[in-house]
Design a protein around this ligand. Structure first.
Ligand code: H79
Length: 459
């Protein structure tokens, strides 16, 4: 009996141990499967977290952001594509960081300018297509701290200043890389720049790209999100998006993923962005015409014609053009991300500064019709757009030639109308077939005649 029971006990114990081991294995297997599944499946069934949904609302309320293209390419004053456009070799381009020493870079001035312009967030290139990290990266030495005489991390300095001044900071990140040999097979923009004809694509994505994103989402405090660019270089490649997107959402659930891939939004993405276009218009020729009715929208454009500093580009948009652009974006339910390319010495050229300050001044009068609004009830047209907030509709008349201005029917009763210019009342008649506003012709320097309609609460 004793023997039996000892034997039984031993057997039972080893059976239990075996079962426990098996069980642990099964659990481990399940965990692996669940996590692997989470990467690929969870983004497919992506449910944005409450923090993310809140961040989307805040993003939409912000309406106006500053885009900054700044890198070692700025030294040549020929835009951010100079590596490609001059078909330089990697060895040649490797010299550029040696001359990048922005002694006048002052984050306080940059952030103060964004604020003076009425911008609520900044999106800066953490690295562009040259793959050069403008931040302290341990993933490779192709970065500003290790390769330039400047030796500092400007993104760190900028992030701290943004946090101090209450501006959200987003990082632009190019998935396309003209420098790393593991960006292979190469894409549409490739040229023979001295890289070997082999490379490990998985290593590029899983170690290099995800490694740098982990740094950006860990070392700079809470960030607004990641603005991806360059996927269009290899539209059919497997970019391991589910894995990368899951990583971002895991590290910072409120960070928004904003991909500039020119396609319809994919699972895991939080904002749809349009390059040099209002949503759906595709005047640039490479954007998609399908516009999400779920995601916040953003449209980006340049203040002159260039993204990175271009010494030969004097096609500055006037303050009036910029203000109209912002109004049109808002009326299309979109943000405007307006770009400047600072100089290699860290300064922002005066032509940008004065124009941005003028837009800021305009916004100090008209901001109520932009910030916190959504696209209004009337379809945008040649004449202008509408925005709305609470019980107000802002009719932005950008072009009109008669003292009477008619708009289509509005569901709620209009109880009051006034001009934002001087708060003077605007005469109007509302009938079932539309609303007619009496608006005197514009003054010659008037950019946007904003008529504010106050609606009765619906019953
Ligand atoms: O960072 C700025 C530009 O450097 C970058 N995006 C902005 C925000 C940019 N790169 N290219 N473009 C903008 C223009 C897009 C050109 C394209 Fe094509 C036409 C992409 C796809 C078709 C050229 C031809 C590149 C691939 C094929």
């Amino acid at each position: 009996m004793m023997r039996f029971s000892r034997h039984f006990v031993r057997t039972a114990a080893s059976t239990w141990r075996f079962a426990a081991k098996r069980c642990a294995l099964a659990v481990a297997f399940l965990i692996v499967v669940t996590f692997a599944g989470r990467n690929s499946l969870a983004q497919a069934n992506y449910q944005p977290s409450p923090e993310n949904l809140k961040a989307r609302q805040e993003f939409q309320n912000a309406k106006f952001g500053m885009f900054i293209h700044w890198g070692v390419y700025s030294v040549l004053g020929s835009g951010e594509w100079v590596f490609h456009d001059r078909a330089l070799t990697v060895d040649e381009y490797n010299r550029l960081p040696l001359f990048f020493d922005p002694e006048n870079f002052d984050a306080k001035t940059w952030v103060a300018l964004a604020k003076a312009a009425g911008m609520k967030y900044i999106t800066i290139t953490s690295r562009h297509h040259d793959g050069f990290a403008m931040f302290d990266s341990k993933v490779s030495d192709w970065n500003i701290v290790q390769r330039t005489p400047y030796k500092k991390d400007p993104l760190k300095i900028l992030a701290e200043e943004c946090h101090r001044q209450g501006i959200k900071l987003f990082f632009y990140y190019s998935q396309l890389d003209w420098h790393n040999p593991n960006y292979y097979p190469r894409g549409a923009t490739s040229w023979d720049n001295g890289r070997p004809n082999r490379g490990d694509w998985n290593l590029y994505l899983d170690d290099y790209l995800d490694g740098q994103l982990r740094e950006l989402l860990t070392n700079y405090g809470p960030i607004g999100g990641i603005w991806f660019d360059g996927m269009w270089d290899k539209p059919d490649a497997d970019w391991h998006l589910a894995k990368t997107y899951a990583l971002i959402h895991e590290l910072q659930p409120a960070a928004l993923i904003i991909p500039n891939h020119h396609q319809s939004p994919k699972p895991g993405e939080d904002v749809q962005t349009f390059e040099r276009d209002l949503p759906g218009q595709n005047t640039a020729g490479f954007n998609t015409t399908s516009v999400s009715n779920q995601l916040p929208l953003e449209s980006c454009d340049t203040l002159n014609g260039s993204w990175g500093f271009n010494i030969a580009d004097s096609k500055y948009k006037s303050p009036a053009e910029l203000e109209r652009r912002l109004v049109q974006a808002a009326g299309n339910n979109s943000n405007l991300l307006l770009n400047i390319g600072p100089m290699p010495n860290g300064e922002i050229q005066p032509e940008f500064v004065t124009r941005l300050q003028a837009v800021g001044e305009w916004l100090s009068n008209y901001g109520d019709s932009i910030y916190g609004t959504r696209g209004g009830p009337i379809a945008p047209g040649e004449w202008g757009v509408t925005t709305q907030k609470d019980n107000k509709i802002y009719v932005h008349i950008l072009s009109w030639h008669a003292p009477l201005f008619a708009i289509p029917p509005i569901a709620n009763k209009v109880v009051e109308a006034h001009s934002m210019l001087d708060a003077s009342p605007v005469e109007f008649t509302q009938k079932s077939d539309g609303v007619v506003l009496k608006v005197p012709l514009p003054k010659s320097d008037e950019v946007d005649r904003v008529v504010v309609l106050t609606l009765a609460a619906s019953h």
